[in-house]
Design a protein around this ligand. Structure first.
Ligand code: 13P
Ligand code: SF4
Length: 325
């Protein structure tokens, strides 16, 4: 039914190997004609029951093309909202409605509107990690997987305003040479990695390349051999001859990488202050909550139709520019 080069088709775990809860979820999936989409940061057992596991871009593409009646979105709120915007008539379930994102909460629509009002020549690019209201105020959406492409395609005569991640925005400015006004938001997980912590782990594993997410601060990105989205981490790690690879992103990524590259050794980059490389929002979803949301058909994402319609224009523009496959 689907062909997803940018996401991992599941079904790699034999049904007999699944526990009873996972089997119950697969049974509910059949009866609801549902598709289960999971982000790379979800806990291992959720990734293992999902139809597709991928990054924000891959999951948005899957949501845009699905023929299922119900989308069970195992990720955070803005991701499920994106799926609903692309599928207004379908049921989109999120196992825990409180699964938010520090980037999303850093950028309320009212404050963005006020900033936009200061320069009528602004052309606003919103990282997908934002609310539907902010998407509705943006000219185009981007993800970490296509941000460079989106900025390169932006009108040359406009002043670019990039919200809400100043680290991703800074990295894109470095890649494209295009100046942008940056919103001062960040991912509370990725800013925990420091130059000192990465330098220390490199010394312990000489020769191991470092792969970092662009939400990391510049001091960390400068030390990385590759800076990319979570899905591109999979393709990069597959193709590098290196056996030991240091990963600076959320801990759930390790499960996906180990599955895709079983012959490689992935070393989670340590943070300085604590072992805080887990996103508490991503980890709000559990297998039990996945089962319950399917059994009860709630919590369900609901959106004001006029906001959804406007946000859809910006998301569709992104999909047109970056390709739907
Ligand atoms: P990706 O789109 O690279 O998976 O990133 C999403 C995210 O929330 C990173 O923190
Ligand atoms: Fe948001 Fe950071 Fe969690 Fe990603 S890891 S969902 S950016 S808080």
């Amino acid at each position: 039914m689907f062909n997803a080069p940018d996401a991992m088709p599941a079904g790699r775990v034999a049904p007999a190997a699944l526990d009873s809860l996972s089997r119950e979820i697969l049974e509910l999936k059949r009866s609801l004609n549902a598709v289960i989409l999971a982000h790379n940061y979800q806990v291992a057992e959720i990734q293992d029951v999902a139809d597709f596991v991928g990054d924000s871009l891959g999951l948005a593409r899957q949501a845009a093309r699905t023929s299922a009646d119900v989308i069970v979105f195992c990720g955070v709120h803005f991701m499920a909202e994106t799926a609903k915007i692309l599928n207004p008539s379908k049921h989109v379930l999120l196992p825990d409605l409180d699964a938010g994102c520090s980037l999303e909460s850093s950028c309320p629509g009212s404050k963005l509107r006020a900033l936009q009002g200061t320069n009528p020549n602004f052309w606003t690019i919103a990282y997908i990690n934002c609310s539907a209201e902010v998407k509705a105020l943006a000219d185009c959406i981007c993800t970490s997987g296509n941000a460079v492409k989106i900025v390169n395609a932006a009108p040359k005569d406009r002043d670019l305003l990039f919200v809400p991640d100043e680290n991703l925005g800074g990295w894109v400015m470095e890649q494209t040479g295009r100046p942008m006004t940056l919103w001062k938001g960040d991912c509370y997980v990725h800013v925990e990695w420091t130059h000192a912590a990465i330098t220390r782990i490199r010394q312990l594993h000489p020769g191991a390349p470092v792969v970092a997410h662009p939400e990391c601060p510049k001091a960390v990105r400068m030390l990385a051999d590759e800076v990319c989205s979570t899905e591109k981490m999979v393709t990069w790690c597959r193709s590098t001859p290196a056996k030991d690879i240091i990963i600076a992103t959320e801990a759930g990524m390790l499960h996906r990488l180990k599955k895709e590259c079983p012959d490689k050794n992935f070393i989670p980059a340590p943070t300085d202050r604590c072992a805080c490389n887990e996103c508490r929002f991503m980890k709000m979803n559990t297998l039990e909550k996945v089962r319950d949301c399917m059994a009860n058909r709630t919590p369900e994402i609901q959106l004001p139709p006029e906001i959804a319609a406007r946000a859809r224009v910006s998301i569709e523009r992104m999909l047109e520019i970056s390709g739907r496959d």
